[in-house]
Design a binder for this molecule. Structure first.
Ligand SMILES: Cc1ncc(COP(=O)(O)O)c(C=O)c1O
Length: 378
């Protein structure tokens, strides 16, 4: 129904904008920080709380079944098997589960432009780390990485898109040189903006949260663990619902759930999971290819406007490495950010200046208004 409704519309994007109440009030280009939720996501969560109020645990079985449907959707969204998907509360939580498996498995190659959610869980566990420095415009060249891949390196840890530069790593190319190393991807800044296929990209572990490009609000997340590694590695963190049959209430033994679900330690965060499910439905109905194309059209428009104003863009312009994030340089990003926010224009002060991160429902007209305001301030 959802698909049919959307694709029969004459103007897909202008119809879609109506689902984003934030467009009534603000120029919102801060999806790399936290995105708004579109109407169907809000409705899914509202429905859950109505059921919680009216039915409480009479609804338990219905919610468990709905959770499993979301697991199937999340798996399909990234080319995984549902048994490889677990729901988390954040990227940080998911990354901790990965680090607890791999931190003692040899050296970890990462880079200095990561968001600390990627790296801190490994550093805390005293993993041996090698840090690649990004080059100009935040580029992390694979040619360089190839030359430093020694046999001691067992894990490659990277973001799909870097939060402070907008550099998008070519994961398919990276996987072609990784050999038998674990590829751990923090997908947070690309999840919901660019298609991801864990099989094609040979990703071993993928973590993301729900509240940025996925448009599902705070409190949710997804962790993908390849089946082979679920079979090989036992978690260090467990809960009563890590058991194959939690209803056994066995205090003395734990027969571990063979699936990734073993990481859902206690009772589920149903609203967070249902929000993720509704967001995945929403993005899938539009089409991830359409979404990423639209984001690149919008950032093209933005970059052209910045060029015309003589503002220096600090993000890579290489088509394969562009993302939804454009950073431009500013002498005093904090002051500029404050002025923009005071005008109802939401961006972030990050990296070498100001981070602008439009999503598919934004328009050239909105970016034009942003550029006009910027002109006044610089
Ligand atoms: C790449 C990246 N990972 C993780 C996070 C934070 O994720 P969480 O709060 O879910 O741990 C951010 C936030 O900006 C980020 O940019």
């Amino acid at each position: 129904m959802f698909l049919g409704t959307y694709f029969s519309m004459s103007s897909l994007w202008s119809q879609i904008r109506k689902d984003f109440l934030i467009t009534d009030k603000y120029l919102y280009f801060d999806h790399a920080a936290g995105g708004p939720v579109p109407r169907p996501v809000r409705e899914a969560v509202e429905q859950y709380y109505r059921e919680q109020a009216e039915e409480a645990d009479f609804a338990w079985m219905k919610w468990v079944q709905r959770r499993e449907e979301v697991r199937q959707k999340a798996a399909r969204f990234i080319g995984a098997d549902p048994s490889e998907i677990t729901f988390t509360s954040s990227t940080s939580q998911g990354m901790n589960y990965v680090a607890e498996l791999l931190a003692s498995q040899g050296t970890v190659l990462t880079n200095t432009s990561e968001f600390p959610s990627s790296t801190v869980p490994w550093v805390w566990r005293k993993a041996k780390m090698i840090w690649q420095e990004p080059e100009k415009n935040g580029v992390l060249p694979l040619s360089h990485l190839k030359t430093i891949l020694t046999p001691e390196i067992k894990t490659i840890l990277t973001s799909f898109v870097q939060y402070a530069t907008g550099f998008r790593q070519d994961l398919a190319k990276l996987s072609a040189i990784k050999e038998n190393r674990f590829l751990v991807v923090n997908a947070t800044q690309g999840f919901g903006a660019f298609p991801i296929d864990v099989q094609e990209m040979k990703i071993d572990f993928l973590v993301t949260n729900s509240y940025k490009w996925l448009l599902a609000g705070y409190g949710g997340g997804i962790l993908y663990l390849r089946k082979a590694w679920l079979e090989k590695f036992a978690p260090q963190t467990v809960g009563w619902r890590s058991a194959a049959d939690p209803e056994k209430m066995d205090n003395r033994h734990l027969e571990l759930n063979p699936d990734a679900m073993r990481y859902e330690l206690g009772c589920p965060n149903f609203p967070g999971i249902f929000a993720v499910g509704a967001a995945i439905d929403y993005l899938t109905a539009i089409g991830m290819d359409k979404i990423s194309k639209r984001i690149l059209e919008l950032t093209d428009f933005l970059i052209q406007g910045l060029d015309q104003m003589g503002v220096e863009v600090a993000s890579s312009r290489e088509p394969a490495h562009r993302s939804g994030i454009v950073i431009f340089k500013s002498q005093d990003p904090k002051t500029l950010w404050k002025k923009l926010m005071a005008e109802g224009i939401c961006v972030s002060a990050r990296g070498e200046g100001i981070r602008v991160a439009p999503h598919f429902y934004n328009t050239e007209e909105e970016l034009g208004r942003f550029l006009k305001a910027l002109k006044r301030f610089i």
